[in-house]
Design a protein around this ligand. Structure first.
Ligand SMILES: [Zn+2]
Length: 249
């Protein structure tokens, strides 16, 4: 199953308006809702990160095409590199398995039952006032129960090594939750794997496209007296050609 179609210019502007003051977790849910309008808000909040990102990436590619391009700085020599990667290299395929996945970890006699974070866990963490509070919120959401020989342990009382093992197990259970894109620096040959956040990436593109759309509406409204809905109904290429005429390009 794939998204039916990419965002129209009107949908794009409505979405960027709706998420203008939102954090990344809320924007992730907005994008997921746009990709899956058939599902309820409750169902969408239950999606695991990897599943959410796969649908967000699907909507992104339906809207802007199957190639992702941008600039990234080499961590070794700081050269700004132009990067173009194809959707296939990212390997996020939307499936029906949206729900959080259970995870069990046993370390030093401590047994932890946890689950991969879903949208509601991320929303709760994002609403916290600082990074430490967000971390504690996420742990509390993801650890279902924990116990040692001495009895039950509250999630936030778990030793750091156990929490680290739980974090690794969660990533392994939901590999799509962290998308690495291997890159080679063309200047110094440094090889590294930056993490691609589909929500951040897509949102930045939407913001830029929304700004361009508003510029076009402004030009064509001022030049021809057309309304915003009339301008947004034009195809991208025709809009561009009228703007070019006005600007005498
Ligand atoms: Zn380099």
């Amino acid at each position: 199953m794939r998204v039916a179609s990419g965002l129209s210019p009107t949908e794009l502007l409505e979405l960027t308006d709706a998420g203008a003051a939102s954090d990344s977790a809320e924007r992730g849910l907005l994008l997921l809702a746009a990709a899956r309008p058939d599902l309820s808000a409750d169902a969408l909040e239950g999606f695991g990160l990897g599943a959410r990102d796969a649908w967000v990436m699907d909507l992104r590619c339906a809207t802007f095409g199957d190639e992702l391009s941008g600039r990234v700085a080499c961590p070794a020599c700081a050269t700004s590199l132009a990067v173009a990667i194809s959707r296939d290299e990212i390997g996020l395929e939307p499936g029906e398995q949206g729900a959080a996945v259970p995870v069990w970890v046993e370390l030093d006699g401590t047994v932890v039952e946890a689950r991969t974070p879903d949208g509601s866990a991320l929303l709760a963490a994002a609403a916290q006032p600082d990074v430490e509070a967000a971390r504690r919120s996420l742990i509390a959401s993801c650890v279902v129960q924990a116990s040692a020989a001495s009895g039950a342990i509250a999630p936030l009382d778990l030793p750091a090594a156990v929490l680290e093992a739980v974090g690794e197990a969660i990533l392994a259970a939901d590999p799509g939750a962290e998308v690495g894109v291997p890159l080679d620096c063309a200047v110094c040959a440094h090889r590294w794997t930056p993490v691609l956040d589909p929500v951040l990436f897509f949102w930045a593109e939407l913001h830029a496209a929304g700004t361009q759309l508003l510029d076009d509406v402004h030009q064509l409204a001022a030049g021809y007296g057309w309304s915003e809905p009339e301008v947004l109904r034009l195809s991208a290429s025709r809009r561009r050609r009228y703007v070019d005429r006005l600007l005498d390009v």
